[in-house]
Ligand binder design. Structure first.
Ligand SMILES: C[S@@+](CC[C@H](N)C(=O)[O-])C[C@H]1O[C@@H](n2cnc3c(N)ncnc32)[C@H](O)[C@@H]1O
Length: 340
């Protein structure tokens, strides 16, 4: 089993930490509260190590291109980020279908204008001409590479006449010194590379029914699907009747069927996508009590177990995250799995 590390890709150059700002990152370039499915917040290049490693494996495994199905793709920022990293493969034929079950997020993506906030966002490093960016003077190395990828496929756009972000969130950000919003759109020549449509991962078998995918993403959304909000969010209204294990196993089975051999299943890097609060369907002996949060979690990592069942998937990339709820310390999680 080959385990990829980020150094393989960028030779001896480690990606610089993007958290270079004085204020804490409050999140990304889309702040979208919608009525249907909780939040559709997202960010360009969210979890860069995972995206870059996935790109490297895809270029090796499918050098001439493949179909990629990005579920929980929100307004398409994730698909745009991934495509921009694949784009330097000569004569490639990668096409990304960005699906989300939120009509609001998908309609926004189909309109095609994206925002990046000058400060407090995980992707503000993409901006070069805000007052804030000029002070940073970091147009070199890893950040420069990412910017080149982004600006190869994106171009500045005018402020649209519709609302993009949650106004309450924006209002709070406007108090931050030098706060600016910049608008972008995909360049015309790349428009056929990324398609944004409504789609639910539970219905994957009916999407592109005659085709198989080289990669499927479902990042930072397993917790929505399973109602796994609790632990560090102190959600007292967690629905413990939801059988999380069953939901996860069904999705993993379907993803397995839809992937090409060697294809990748790419996961999010937030703790609640990997550690699950025990629901009422779990036996006492299969639970583990977390004293400092006063909750019980599944003793076994149910998502990883589902992936490893019958030796169907192998983890090929691990990422360290801080995992305050389960073990109160750093934890290594596998964010990229390969179909055997
Ligand atoms: C927090 S956003 C994550 C967006 C992006 N993947 C990221 O990591 O930045 C979660 C998104 O998952 C979508 N979602 C939840 N369950 C889904 C499902 N079963 N199929 C497709 N999208 C889903 C929601 O509508 C929401 O837009």
């Amino acid at each position: 089993m080959k385990i990829y590390s980020i150094q393989n890709f960028y030779s001896n150059q480690q990606p610089r930490k993007i958290q270079h700002k004085k204020q804490a990152v409050t999140f990304g370039s889309l702040k979208l509260r919608n009525d249907e499915n909780n939040f559709s917040d997202t960010c360009f290049y969210r979890d860069i190590p995972t995206l870059i490693t996935a790109t490297k494996i895809l270029k090796e495994e499918f050098p001439r291109g493949t179909i990629i199905m990005d579920f929980a793709g929100s307004n398409g920022e994730e698909a745009i980020s991934l495509y921009s990293l694949l784009n330097d493969t000569p004569g490639n034929n990668y096409k990304i279908y960005s699906y989300d079950k939120s009509e609001t997020a998908v309609k926004l993506g189909q309109k095609g204008i994206y925002t990046i906030f000058s400060t407090n966002a995980g992707d503000d490093f993409l901006l070069t001409d805000t007052k804030y960016a000029k002070r940073l003077n970091d147009n070199k190395g890893f950040i420069k590479k990412l910017r080149n990828c982004f600006y190869e496929i994106m171009e500045p756009a005018k402020r649209p006449d519709y609302t993009i972000n949650d106004p309450v969130y924006l209002y709070r950000l406007m108090a931050v010194p030098d706060f600016e919003v910049k608008y972008f759109k995909l360049k015309n020549r790349y428009k056929n590379k990324i398609k944004i449509e409504e789609g639910d991962i539970n219905n994957i078998e009916n999407l592109l029914p005659k085709k198989k995918a080289g990669a499927i993403l479902f990042r930072n959304a397993f917790y929505i699907e399973t109602g796994n909000y609790g632990v560090n969010e102190f959600n007292l209204f967690e629905d413990l009747s939801i059988n999380k294990k069953e939901i996860i196993e069904k999705i993993v089975d379907k993803v397995y069927d839809k992937l090409l051999p060697g294809g990748l299943f790419i996961l999010g890097d937030i703790e609640k996508d990997h550690i699950y609060i025990a629901d009422n369907n779990v036996k006492d002996e299969d639970k583990y009590f977390i004293a400092n949060y006063g909750v019980e979690i599944y003793k076994e990592p149910i998502l990883w177990k589902a992936l490893q069942k019958d030796n169907r998937f192998e983890p090929v990339f691990y990422k360290k995250i801080s995992a305050p709820c389960a073990f109160n310390e750093e934890m290594k999680i596998p964010t990229i799995w390969r179909k055997k």
